[in-house]
Design a binder for this molecule. Sequence first.
Ligand code: NDP
Length: 239
Amino acid sequence: MNRVLISGGSRGIGAAIVRAFARQGDAVAFLYRENHAAAEAIARETGAIAIPCDISDPTAVREATKAAIKALGGPIDVLVNNAGMAKIGLSRDMTDAEWRQICDTNLTGAFCLCREVQAGMIVQSKGRIINIGSMWGKTGASCEVAYSATKAGLRGLTMALAKELGPSGITVNCVEPGVIDTEMNRMLDAESRAALIEETPLCRIGTPQDVAAAVVFLASEQASFITGQCLGVDGGFAI
Ligand code: NDP
């Protein structure tokens, strides 16, 4: 049984990851920003502990990590940096505040969580960190410059931290989803969805469960010699 902390567990991919770890008997806590009703529903369904925390605030991350460690009864064994946000629009129209919010959430939030869980992992000489990037971090998405930049940043964070923490028995990997059916993509009209399916070699949109399965694998014993890797879960879109 592992103690697992997941950011952004109230909805979408994060909720599927919470369910997958809870189903295999792990002790799970998750962070969310504001959607209390959804978070409570997932907590009730899975037995996981829901902790409100805006991960763009480093002090809040520190407090929430302490709360998770206390509630789970010991150091975090598995951290999944899943929480993220996107904003579509021309880069020339993006305000400083919007740029900062995306960077603070997607990249700084993940970094802060990595920093807070490390001490406990190092003491135990074991740990798994799994960052949820995006295929757009590899290929770049037009009109999603900030989002793509933060997801590319997660690739660098993953590789650097894997080198730094490997000698302490901690693996760090990144899962890069393609187009996944969550609220993040609700704005897509039928035509855009059809075009994305057309571009995907496996001819479908992904599910949150597709991503959760890869995360659970990277957290498992079977993945103990895998670190610093970026695994695409995108139906072949980014090949
Ligand atoms: P959703 O928009 O469906 O859910 C986002 C989750 O993150 C929610 O739980 C939300 O909490 C939480 N969250 C957002 N901002 C913060 C914050 N500042 N502090 C704490 N929690 C926050 O996203 P998805 O499930 O679609 O995406 C999950 C991850 O997967 C993201 O990192 C995303 O970039 C990545 N991804 C998604 C793809 C897709 O096609 N859906 C494709 C590639 C990558 P709350 O409910 O309280 O708002």
